[in-house]
Design a protein around this ligand. Sequence first.
Ligand SMILES: Nc1ncnc2c1ncn2[C@@H]1O[C@H](COP(=O)(O)OP(=O)(O)OP(=O)(O)O)[C@@H](O)[C@H]1O
Ligand code: SF4
Ligand SMILES: [Mg+2]
Length: 342
Amino acid sequence: MSDLAQPSAPLLDVSNLVVDIKVSAGTLHAVNGVSFSVMPGETYCIVGESGCGKTVATLALMGLLPRSATVRADRIMFEGHDLQTLSQEQLSELRGNRIGMIFQDPMTSLNPVFTVGNQLMEPYLRHRNAGRREARERAEYLLEHVGIQAPRQRLAQFPHQLSGGLRQRVMIAMALMCEPALLIADEPTTALDVTVQVQILNLLAKLQREFKTALILITHDLGVVARLADRMSVMYAGRIVESGTAREIFKAPHHPYTRGLLDCIPVPGVHRRLGSIPGIVPSLIGESEGCQFRNRCSLASATCVHDDPPFRHLTTGNGYRCVIPPDAMANIARQVNPGGAP
Ligand SMILES: Nc1ncnc2c1ncn2[C@@H]1O[C@H](COP(=O)(O)OP(=O)(O)OP(=O)(O)O)[C@@H](O)[C@H]1O
Ligand code: SF4
Ligand SMILES: [Mg+2]
């Protein structure tokens, strides 16, 4: 977790983001009213099962979705710019310059026909109006910083000549070339083996502290979230169902889905049966009402079928989306987990 000073203005402020995608069977509501903000220098994690809208939400911010997608929001502000009013050209200027992106699979983002050096230098030359020598020095400096030995030789290599771990390090270096204020890392380690995953995540945390970059980290791994996140959101079926400081959520999760996810991670030294959430994420195609989690929720009642669950703000600053108010939820949690929180 980063050592944050007192809150200042958010770097990124997103309010009521909606993304609909036209598919052959109708309209897929991939993101349904998502709001969050990211402060300068903080680590903000987004978690949730596959297909709940994590990637679509972040690609929407960057204007990187296909034409079949419609994006709207009450507000998408980044460094004082309203991203919704920017042209594609202006958005592209922000990408790779003020906002760096690291994708899950570096082979889809690195171009096989260009050398590592060319690809690292390209955004710097484009955004910084710099000469080739300066760009090369910056590329070497960053390769060294992400733990790549003999950086000068690596600059001349092509992506296929590098291992998966090295390629991911190159992607991180590329994303940092222009000293972005915000780094978006979408499952940056799932394509790698476990040892390399740990190295890359430690590296991201170190670089983030060093360069004071804010980080949006999308991951399935709650162990990683517990270790790195300042704040987090849990997404389910296109909506944020719980959000707030990671510390509070891990200490006292409120939403039944968050509890289910947390029950699925082993706790060192604690012997308990690992939980799993029965059922699957519902289809996001077409209109729906009520709570999307109701078919998997042990607390579901008739109210959950038709009522849109409200987002409930807690005194800790955290919040969750459910028809059950905090006091009643605390009682339920005590019955399920006597002596535990909340
Ligand atoms: N280009 C697209 N065309 C049609 N549907 C899409 C497209 N991209 C995403 N979707 C759908 O939007 C929903 C949200 O997808 P998204 O990729 O954001 O999920 P995710 O939470 O990132 O999942 P994962 O953890 O597997 O990466 C899914 O139902 C997905 O099938
Ligand atoms: S609204 Fe109902 S179904 Fe949804 S999480 Fe709350 S209790 Fe469960
Ligand atoms: Mg994804």
